[in-house]
Design a protein around this ligand. Structure first.
Ligand code: HEC
Ligand code: HEC
Length: 252
């Protein structure tokens, strides 16, 4: 039995044998767009600059510099992120990839804000660092923003500052677990799967539970991020967006 497990084939992560995308005709692009609309647009938006996914409407995709790197991401996803693997024929992966590349050549939205002023607002008036870390500085109630500029579009950033409740990330929600012994612990949910959950409580201690130890798990649907509508001027918000877009952190 043990032997059999040891000798199972490893998961296939075959990569194509060509360097360049062989499917880039107008027809391939049209098919790629159809596949994209069905499988990717829900997270990345119809024009690539949307929602929960990384911004794909950029000239250089930070993690997909080459066609093969893009193929690998589309086919196998990015581990430990919401970017899923997909089961598709190799030809379809190439066609979607061709369409994704075309999103980047359409003109990027110009952002007029002032980066230096934006950095000041984030650190002072906005109080963003109470909850967010940038590089090594800041809080941990919200996700680190160190590489947010490579992942999100200007539109998403602006809407997150004005209407934080519209699109809430799955991680960093406030959760409360009750153990079978009746003990309650609240904090920020770091991870959850069908069998376990990890929470960082508000004094920064990390707790890990198997769900079979728990009587209940409650996860807030709300976000703790406040809206800045009326608290920051339109110009200040543009400055913050311009600054956030410069944060490209460490690229995996
Ligand atoms: C469930 C949501 C979701 C779906 C569906 C999804 N993605 Fe993603 N994708 C993400 C997220 C989130 C990231 C950023 C991951 C991270 O770094 O945190 C991402 C990252 C990427 C990247 C990396 C960009 C870069 O260079 O940094 C590419 C390319 C990409 N997705 C393409 C696609 C394509 C093509 C599809 C459809 C086949 C797709 N995605 C479907 C959520 C999704
Ligand atoms: C009281 C805590 C708190 C403050 C203050 C706060 N945020 Fe947040 N923020 C959060 C939390 C929690 C999340 C994750 C849940 C969600 O998506 O709303 C978040 C999410 C975000 C996201 C989305 C991240 C992503 O991966 O898409 C951005 C962008 C962001 N915040 C920017 C800011 C900026 C800019 C400021 C200051 C102007 C700020 N936040 C102030 C708690 C906060």
């Amino acid at each position: 039995m043990v032997m059999w497990i040891l000798f199972q084939a490893p998961p296939t992560t075959e990569l194509p044998r060509v360097d360049k995308n062989p499917y880039t005709s107008a027809e391939d692009l049209a098919l790629g767009q159809k596949l994209y609309n069905g499988r990717c647009a829900g997270c990345h938006g119809l024009t690539g600059d949307g929602g929960k996914g990384a911004n794909l409407a950029v000239r250089d995709l930070p993690r997909a510099g080459t066609d093969v790197a893009l193929y690998r991401i589309v086919r196998y996803g990015i581990p430990e992120t919401e970017m899923p693997a997909t089961l598709m024929a190799s030809r379809e992966v190439w066609q979607i990839s061709a369409f994704v590349r075309s999103l980047g050549s359409s003109s990027n939205e110009a952002v007029k804000g002032n980066v230096a002023r934006g950095e000041q607002v984030v650190g002072a008036k906005g109080g963003c660092l109470q909850c967010h870390a940038i590089a090594m500085k800041g809080g941990r109630l919200g996700p680190a923003l160190t590489d947010i500029g490579g992942k999100r579009s200007p539109g998403h950033l602006r809407s997150k500052i004005l209407e934080p409740a519209l699109e809430i990330t799955e991680t960093f929600r406030v959760a409360t677990v009750t153990t079978k012994a009746g003990k309650k612990i609240s904090g920020v949910r770091l991870n959850e799967d069908p069998f376990s959950i990890q929470i960082r409580d508000f004094s920064d201690e990390i707790h890990s539970f198997f769900k079979e130890q728990l009587a209940s798990v409650q996860v807030e649907r709300r976000t703790t991020m406040p809206s800045y509508k009326g608290r920051l001027s339109e110009a200040e918000i543009e400055d913050v967006v311009a600054y956030l877009l410069t944060l490209r952190g460490t690229v995996q």
